[in-house]
Design a protein around this ligand. Structure first.
Ligand SMILES: [Zn+2]
Length: 435
């Protein structure tokens, strides 16, 4: 974000430009030299030492050793730090503030207005950015309609600080499969998703969501998870025809599709429909993983939120969530070995935004990734999922200057990424805690 001091300087600068009769567009983009002790650029396996990143305007102009600071450029000395690309979280809910129990979820939908929830979302976006997340795919507003589009636009227009957001708006599920449920039929209560039924109904829902600003389409493939014969099963929400129609219509309108899919049946239905990403995926097995590898479908596991909510949901009468923690662990290790494309996704918002958003990295390493693989999933691979690898995910000439820094070595201790002390987004320094 722009500090008051920088903003004052910017105002002074534009006034000076006006007085001198300059057109604003003719002003040269400011140049910043970021000096890094080490750089993990998102591609190389080993960090490069003593590297300078030259930033011009919002993009990286040059990366290399021994680059001189151009005259008039600002210098940022991170000589004792490790620099990395800004982190990418491909599964968040900025409109949600933690819902371990259904009561917590209902309170937000029934007692908080959408404007109030949006104000809280702006704080979530700011918190995420300050923790080093410069890009997020926000996977549905949970009843807050299209407020994520407004948050995204406000960030893009410089009204509020926040990550680059790719938003899914309302998501969809058929009648009777998604909260709020269990209220008297005499009451009209908010829906956590857009309810859509039938081939025509889901096509119309996709068109509406795209019309109002959706970058991605999300739907709920399954619910009611249960164990049988050692595997996790589920009830599938949409008919095959409906699921195919969602994906076909989204692709026709240039949007990719994310499917919430946890049990084997839900995952298979989503893969058969042709989705681009599987969310959660606890019940992934050899067959479904092989399909994903063959078709290049990404997996966003969201491990930590499962651990975070398991105890509470078990106490509320759903012990399956404890079993699902173990299943996740097994599936993750197997997916790493098989080469499934795993993109970092936290489900932040499903747990409180005050929790460290980078905690998921530690679980990925504990469950079978190397620290370098975990970092790649939150940078380069995340950008690939979004189809934005030309703009974000690595520190290279031509990319947006989305750069973070930590004091220690994240290849030795991945939890270093929970202690980001420098954040730059698009060439603007958002955070810099000097020692
Ligand atoms: Zn989610």
């Amino acid at each position: 974000m722009t500090s008051p001091r920088t903003r004052a300087a910017l105002v002074a600068g534009s006034l000076a430009a006006l007085c001198a009769g300059h057109a604003h567009a003719a002003d040269p983009a400011p140049v910043v030299a970021v000096r890094c002790g080490r750089l993990l650029d998102g591609r190389q396996a080993t960090p490069a030492e003593a590297v300078t990143i030259l930033v011009e305007g919002e993009r990286i102009r040059q990366v290399g050793r021994g680059l001189a600071t151009p005259p008039g450029a600002t210098e940022i000395d991170l000589g004792r730090s490790t620099c990395l690309p800004g982190l990418i979280d491909n599964h968040t809910h900025v409109l949600l503030q933690g819902d371990i129990t259904s009561a917590e979820y209902e309170d937000q939908l029934l007692k908080e207005s959408i404007p109030y929830r949006t104000i809280r979302a702006t704080m979530a976006a700011r918190t995420a950015l300050e923790h080093g997340f410069t890009t997020m795919r926000d996977l549905e507003t949970e009843g807050a309609m299209y407020a994520d589009v407004d948050v995204r636009n406000a960030i893009n227009r410089g009204v509020i600080p926040g990550p680059r957001l790719f938003v899914a708006t309302r998501a969809m599920a058929p009648t009777g499969t998604y909260p709020l449920l269990g209220f008297s039929w005499e009451l009209r209560v908010p829906e956590g998703v857009q309810i859509a039924d039938g081939v025509d109904g889901v096509r119309q829902a996709v068109r509406e969501q795209v019309k109002y600003g959706a970058d991605w389409i999300k739907y709920y493939s399954d619910r009611r998870y249960y164990m049988k014969d050692g595997a996790l099963h589920s009830w599938v929400n949409f008919t095959d025809e409906e699921a195919h129609a969602i994906v076909a219509e989204a692709h026709r309108l240039g949007r990719k599709v994310a499917a919430h899919a946890i049990g084997r049946e839900g995952i298979l239905s989503a893969l058969n429909a042709g989705v681009d990403t599987i969310e959660h995926g606890h019940g992934l097995d050899d067959e479904t993983m092989d399909i994903m590898v063959r078709r290049g479908v990404f997996w966003c596991p969201t491990i930590y939120v499962g651990v975070y909510v398991a105890e509470g949901r078990a106490r509320a009468g759903a012990p399956i969530w404890l079993t699902m923690v173990d299943l996740h662990k097994q599936a993750f290790a197997r997916a790493v070995r098989k080469g499934v494309k795993i993109a970092y996704g936290t489900d932040a918002g499903g747990y409180a935004w005050t929790e460290p958003q980078a905690r998921e990295l530690s679980y990925m390493v504990r469950y079978g990734m190397t620290p370098l693989q975990a970092i790649a999933s939150a940078t380069r691979v995340g950008a690939e999922l979004l189809g934005r690898e030309a703009d974000i995910g690595t520190v290279e000439a031509g990319r947006f200057a989305d750069i973070i820094a930590v004091a220690g070595d994240p290849l030795q201790d991945i939890a270093e990424l929970e202690r980001v002390h420098f954040v730059m987004k698009g060439g603007q320094t958002v955070r810099w805690d000097k020692p």
